[in-house]
Design a protein around this ligand. Sequence first.
Ligand code: PEP
Ligand code: MG
Length: 595
Amino acid sequence: MRTVCGLATARGFAVGPVFVYRGDGDIPIPEYVVESGREGEELARLRRALNETKRDLESLVATLRARTGRADAKIFECHLMILEDSVLCRETEKHIREDRVNAEAAVRRTADRARSMFERMNDPYFRERVRDLDDVERRLLKNLLGFAANPHVELKTPSIVVADDLTPSETVQLPRALVLGFATNGGSATSHVALLARAMGIPAVTGLGDITALVEPGETILLDGTGGTVIVAPDASAIREFRDLVERQKEISEEAVTGAPAGTLRDGGRVKLYANLHPGAPLEDVKSLGARGVGLYRSEYLWLNKEAEPSEDEQYRAYREVVEFAKTLSSEASVTIRVLDIGGDKMVRGISQRGEVRQREANPFLGNRSIRYLLSNKAVFRTQLRAILRASVHGRVCILYPMISCIEELRQAAAVLADVRAQLDAEGVPYDRDVPVGAMIEVPSAAINAAALAKHVRFFSIGTNDLVQYTMAADRGNESVAHLYQPTNPAVLRLMRHVIDVAKKQGISVGVCGESAADPLVGVLWAAMGIDILSMSATYIPVMSKLFSKLTRADLDEYLAAVDAIGDEATGEETMARCREWMLSKIPDLDNIVF
Ligand code: PEP
Ligand code: MG
């Protein structure tokens, strides 16, 4: 039994067989055990991919011979020989037949063995062949993946997905019902895979280093997304313990949210608990989990997995769907649609390929992203605003601008919005003339200058995922700087206090839509500071609601005073420890509530 430590990314527990994606540059390779009786299909896929790869190589050889003569072509002739080597082919087939693994895993195993054989040879010529082998393997794997209509649907039995890292688009393609948990080598607690795992209610541990190298497809592992560990080769008693935890977790999330609306304090006061959603997010449980509105709709997911821009009508349909849905949540419900927030770690294929947001930007987190992209691509911005305004006739909609860093951006965005409204007026297209416009506060400059920004907007939504990243200069997706990524660092707390105080003074609403809203200690702290709306993955609403139901406004004041008392010289961790200590003094069974 071996415990591997990573970052607690999405709470919860899982026990199950491994489905592994081993990264190969830009292509993740799925490796799994195939159902008994399906070996023939894998053998057929292998044969098709071998033929395809052979054709690719032959045509490459022919082209090179015509263009540059024999020398260059020779390399690929050698690749053809490797590909057609009968020993390697037989060995790969044997892995499929006897180990019952998918074709990709079989190719990997054969190549790994041949590689280690070549590497042990004294002759430099043979050692050099390792590179050729790598090349052939990559070509073959690419063709194999091309043959599977969608490699992600190869996930056939409930499994824990283990990967180097997963992009948001890969994650959303996985069949939710079959993913028991995520364990990744890289990533951090606020990476986009993490956000999706939470939205899907799937436990996840990220930043595990080399977990993909420690597991074999099909073997049972244990995953603790609350503590941030994965147990490889567990013994029977650990498996039993985890099965119990999984059961307990199910009971807690199924405990009905009864009586008062979610977010009601013990003295009847309220904190609005809203859901963070995105196009394609499962909606079925959002209402029963207690969400009273949609505090953040991440529209960029409409752009994922697409070569082309989503049309105005396509966007309108998506926005209308969520707006109609929100009306079922509560009479007060609104949907805050955030305009396209791409760039940084959210690369969108269609757009980045057109070169407008360059993957090559030396520093994409500080680059042409989010509102900056929209203001330099006004046609995209206008289309989106039109679609949002058209959807506003179906329910209460708010428009949210991401990554605002200065007042100019708000002025320019207001001009575009005024243009779009004039155009709709001219066309006689109806829309809600009172749609509130808000700014995300996720860049320190916006937080510092909040008083000026507040004059231009009706609400603030604080994006702590990015605000912490930019304040601490610690990449939210980089596990090696995760220790610096602390929402309770005194500098972050000061910014939070300032933004909330400004909003209160100027009479505008202020919410938090970053993941910290769902952290039992930190989310309650934001509420104590005066936050009106905490917006989070709906799966966390029951726990937060239960916590609030045990506290009064006077308790929240006391909590804030206890945190304030610790002062600016405390570390983020010390502050967290103080928060926990206070919370335990009020709610002794805290650990039974917070899973
Ligand atoms: C944030 O930065 O906190 C936020 C909610 O936006 P995203 O996570 O989508 O960047
Ligand atoms: Mg953000």
